[in-house]
Ligand binder design. Structure first.
Ligand SMILES: O=C(O)CCC(=O)C(=O)O
Ligand SMILES: [Fe+2]
Length: 350
């Protein structure tokens, strides 16, 4: 079948075509069927880039713990830690969060406008326990999950994964149940969950509906992994990327990175509505997974905003927009089911 840009499909046809081009349709089917999938190293990056990722993860861990690579396994004997907020610690992580295969599958789960919530290096030593079976769904006040996931993860394996290595494990098809495991269920699945056996350089992808955990690490050495979590753009991220993304970081990266940082999101509003005047330079619409062109000075970092000041000029502009778009003296909301270009901008809505 020819996949065209059907307006009702919005950005899905474009994403599907690119996933097909990347030879990931089987991974897509596995995600839909079982709730998780593994991308092999050769579809993630070149051997040189894998080396950079491994070196970066190890260097960051040693820097944080102020030790040598040789000392690191001793530092993590019987222990593990999620080293938080690592995106800015090495520029290779900026590349990793844009990995076309991983980002493409994650976008399938949480939308082509998803943002980065978390980038961690997870270090686990010999004797460390497993992670209890859970779902990453973090709307704790909503124990029944929405139909669509709100978050999706990659785990980039820096070391080989197996049961003895303390590998990640899944409850296949649990994403279909759309709820968290009870304490008793989590207990049962601790020893029954399907372990991921995959070589270093693989990326495991899943959405926040899927139940997963990990096994204790019984072998010498370290289990090293880089974790990326992506959210829908209305959500509070777990780490402060929007607040810390610099103009240089945006400039050296392609357009999709600016979107991942969510720096142009209009909310929260103060007296003058949209938080940033730089809103209009925000990249919009579907951005190709193959786009590697740095944006340079093409994207402006939004200027700061005083929530307490009413900007009369901006207010008048909004008034004109309402006037121009008013039909029968009524402001019309965009039709979300027809025109892909008519996505709401959060400007006049509400
Ligand atoms: O590897 C683990 O121990 C668990 C990983 C996990 O829960 C996650 O990445 O969301
Ligand atoms: Fe998790």
């Amino acid at each position: 079948m020819k996949i065209e840009d059907w307006p009702s499909g919005k950005t899905i046809p474009a994403l599907y075509r690119e996933l097909k081009q990347l030879d990931l349709l089987e991974n897509l089917a596995e995600l839909e069927a079982f709730g998780f999938t593994v991308i092999p190293p050769e579809k993630v990056a070149t051997p040189e880039v894998h080396e950079q990722y491994q070196a970066a993860a190890l260097r960051v861990a040693c820097e944080r713990k102020n030790c040598t690579p040789e000392e690191l396994p001793g530092v993590f004997e019987d222990g593990q830690e999620l080293l938080r907020f690592t995106l800015w610690d090495d520029q290779s992580f900026e590349k990793m969060v844009l990995t076309p295969a991983a980002l493409g599958l994650i976008q399938w789960l949480v939308g082509t406008d998803c943002i980065l919530s978390l980038c961690n290096v997870w270090v686990k030593g010999r004797g460390a326990g497993g992670t209890g079976v859970h779902a990453d769904w973090a709307q704790f006040e909503m124990p029944s999950m929405a139909v669509e996931p709100f978050g999706a993860n990659f785990n980039y394996l820096v070391t080989d994964y197996s049961k003895e290595e303390g590998g990640l494990s899944f409850v296949p098809c649990s994403h279909r149940w759309r709820r968290w495991p009870s304490i008793e269920e989590a207990e049962y699945w601790t020893d029954h969950a399907q372990v991921i056996e995959a070589p270093a350089g693989s990326m495991v992808i899943w959405g926040d509906h899927t139940w997963h955990g990990s096994y204790p690490k019984e072998t010498d050495g370290l289990r090293l992994m880089v974790l990326g979590l992506y959210n829908r753009p209305h959500m509070q991220t777990q780490e402060a990327y929007r607040q810390t993304a610099t103009a240089e970081a945006l400039a050296r990266n392609p357009k999709r990175f600016t979107q991942l940082m969510n720096v142009h999101h209009g909310m929260p509003w103060g007296k003058s509505g949209s938080r940033y005047k730089g809103f209009s330079s925000a990249p919009k619409g579907y951005v190709s997974l193959f786009d590697t062109e740095p944006v340079g000075d093409g994207v402006e970092l939004p200027t700061e905003y005083d929530y307490h000041v009413y900007d009369r000029e901006l207010g008048d502009q909004v008034k004109e927009i309402f006037k121009a778009s008013a039909k029968e003296k009524r402001y019309q909301f965009p039709d979300l089911y027809k025109d892909a270009s008519a996505a709401p901008e959060g400007e006049a809505a509400g």
